[in-house]
Structure formats: C-alpha cells, structure tokens
Design a binder for this molecule. Structure first.
Ligand SMILES: [Zn+2]
Ligand SMILES: [Zn+2]
Length: 58
C-alpha cells in the first residue's frame, strides 16, 4: 500500500521540511501542532476532537 505523504497546504513541503509558522487553523493554538491529511495544522486538542491523524498515525 502506497503511503501518502502529507504536505503543507501553504508551501507544499512535507512537515519536516515546512518552515511556515505552525499554529492550529481552528483555534490558533500552537500546542502540539501537527500537519494532518488536509495539509493544514491542528493542535492536539482539535486533532482529538475532530479525529484528524498525523503522518505517523496513519
Ligand atoms: Zn509550510
Ligand atoms: Zn486547535
């Protein structure tokens, strides 16, 4: 199964190469912010609430 690489919606880079300001697009928190499948960053709480997965959780 091919593994999808999540890419930042803004710069098109994968998370480890993205140098954008990282903050949650929902609540603007920077707590535990990670890139998710839709190319946007979400904090830990919003990822839990919305069941968004990070690259290494899929
Ligand atoms: Zn970026
Ligand atoms: Zn949030």
């Amino acid at each position: 199964m091919e593994r999808k690489i999540f890419q930042c919606y803004v710069c098109g880079q994968p998370e480890d190469r993205c140098s954008c300001d990282k903050y949650c697009v929902l609540c603007h928190s920077d707590y535990g912010v990670r890139l998710t499948e839709d190319g946007q960053y979400y904090c830990l709480d919003c990822r839990d609430a919305c069941d968004y997965k990070t690259q290494d959780a899929v």
